[in-house]
Design a protein around this ligand. Structure first.
Ligand SMILES: CC(C)(COP(=O)(O)OP(=O)(O)OC[C@H]1O[C@@H](n2cnc3c(N)ncnc32)[C@H](O)[C@@H]1OP(=O)(O)O)[C@@H](O)C(=O)NCCC(=O)NCCS
Length: 155
């Protein structure tokens, strides 16, 4: 599967909301997300195949917890979701690696991620890419395990 990856646009909002609901997440944050993109605090991409939007990923450059994202050398890969119909075909890995390249090109040296401790698929994906857990803490949506990875220099 060779998806086309492009920046998310406000007109993607309805499809992104459906993608988030399918993942069991709320979709209320989308307008705020696009505002954060405009302020340069977030970057957001989608993957398409044959014109169909199948997945999304984002980078957050700021977080209330500077260990997660500090607006400087540490950023967070967030909001990764792949539609169930396209699961287990490499899209999640492709988008995470794409976010890493984007972070590296912006001078980010440490990438963090967080997910529920029960999310076996996400944890297997992230550990397979070299992310290591460093703490577990509640987030507004529930208990989260935090992982991080130091990015190497450009390949
Ligand atoms: C987690 C998620 C992003 C994985 O996306 P995906 O495109 O299916 O994953 P990939 O095909 O790239 O898989 C990469 C690796 O992740 C792991 N993985 C993916 N799905 C898995 C599953 N259901 N069970 C166990 N491991 C899984 C495997 O190690 C896999 O490598 P392999 O196929 O070579 O064994 C997707 O299931 C999803 O969107 N889930 C709902 C939202 C979510 O949990 N997002 C991430 C947490 S914030």
């Amino acid at each position: 599967m060779k998806p086309a990856i492009r920046q998310a646009r406000p007109e993607d909002a309805a499809v992104l909301q459906a993608l988030r609901r399918e993942a069991g997440w709320d979709a209320d944050a989308l307008p705020a997300w696009f505002e954060a993109v405009t302020r340069g605090e977030r970057a957001m991409w989608v993957a398409e195949l044959n014109g169909q939007l199948l997945a999304m990923v984002a980078l957050d450059f700021f977080d209330a917890d500077p260990e997660v994202a500090d607006g400087n050398g540490t950023a967070s890969v967030t909001s990764l979701a792949v539609t169930a119909a396209a699961a287990r075909q490499g899209l999640g890995r492709t988008l995470t690696l794409f976010a890493e390249e984007q972070a590296r090109s912006r001078g980010i040296r440490v990438l963090t991620l967080n997910t529920r401790p029960t999310n076996a698929a996400a944890l297997a994906l992230y550990r397979g890419l070299g992310y290591q857990a460093f703490k577990q803490q509640p987030r507004p949506w529930g208990e989260a395990v935090f992982l991080r990875k130091t990015l190497g220099t450009a390949r």
